[in-house]
Design a protein around this ligand. Sequence first.
Ligand code: NAI
Length: 466
Amino acid sequence: MNIKNICCIGAGYVGGPTMAVIAKQCPNIKVTIVDINEARIAAWNSNNFDALPVFEPGLAEIVKETRGRNLFFSTDVNKAIDEAEMIFISVNTPTKTYGKGKGMAADLKYIELCARQIAQVAKEDKIVVEKSTLPVRTASAIKSILDNTGNGVQFQILSNPEFLAEGTAVQDLLFPDRVLIGGDTATNEGQKAVQSLVEIYTNWIPKAQVLTTNLWSSELSKLTANAFLAQRVSSINAMSEICEKTGADVREVSKAIGMDSRIGSKFLNASVGFGGSCFQKDILNLVYIAKSYGLDEVADYWEQVIIMNEHQKNRFSDNIVKTLYNTVSGKNIAFLGWAFKKDTNDTRESPAIKVADNLLNEQALISVFDPKVVEERIYADLEYLNSRDPQENRTLLSVKKDQYQACHNVHAVAILTEWDVFKTYDWQKIYNGMQKPAFIFDGRGVLDKTLMETIGFTYYKIGSGN
Ligand code: NAI
């Protein structure tokens, strides 16, 4: 089937960039992205391209090129479903915060609402594509809803998990390592649906890189990919603590093992911990699935990746308190970076949030500067933890417009995100404006130790033993 009209439900960090790139690479396909969040859609439609809801290098240019041509943003979900031959579901699938599986299972209520809405609206056959990350076997639940509440039309369900990384989304979408499409391998209709999605991607991706599998392999591959990636980070972070105790340097260890072709060099940067909306939620989901099949050892194995990550965040803040003579009460600490990684404005599960919360519990005064994260997002992240009164968060933590303001008169600077621009700052000027002794806690290992010590800083770099 030659697809001419696509709809994507969910205009977030995945729906926005993936559909913008499809629109760019397939000018003959009309792509409509819909969302119930009116403010988000208004921001996607705004002419202020610096304030799109998602910051990704190169994204604003693509939106500029395609919006109004064959890319449209709308809140009219029903109309977009009705018009589309293929519907991508790209809504959020957070960890459940209530009921059975609370704190672990994926909350599929948004997915189910989409399925019910599609079932209600569809008057012709549709292909429904799972773009969201879902527990293995979700496609059968979606199919059951569509088949039992629909208007007698035929639905094909495909799984097409997204492997983009925030911060490099556009490059990842233009030149993916592979695209994965799972479908019903038992029927002709299922295979036809798979082929129609293959044809969209092969407009710009070599056919050999478009893999097709059965539905369950595809769904499980996404959870597996995130579990493996997060596990590498927790593994190198575990080594970073041993490095600090033994005088080894985790960057040297990482380089030495990364050159082993069996291991490879990516995802071996020690840090204050991984963040982002996916790693933790997807591993917890995997742990929950394993437990539900009675696979306790498998569940424990993967859960340790999360436990290590929590430990890494806590030991970073503990080290700050210990180094600052066992008390940070009333002391000023600057945070450079709040996003969970560089080149994104996304802060979900950012280690900065937990580190800040720990230090606020110790009555520290924190001033934050991040090049892309807005003030209200930072307060919202803290309020979500519910650790203290929102007003107290605003009293203890302030958000600054630039790095020099944030670092002025502080006892210590903590680096929480690896923004490249931090390396270019005038560190002598920052040192001059600080309390002495002036401490830096480099949670991302971005600064040069010798230079910092020459300026006069007492400098701690994660994973670096003395
Ligand atoms: P997001 O929270 O940025 O966006 C989801 C959007 O869906 C929101 O704007 C929300 O308003 C909208 N939405 C929810 N229910 C809706 C409904 N019934 N009708 C219309 N719109 C609705 O989430 P994000 O980050 O884009 O993630 C989406 C999915 O993609 C998740 O399953 C996630 O695990 C997965 N994923 C995320 C990646 C990432 O880097 N953020 C990477 C790969 C997969």
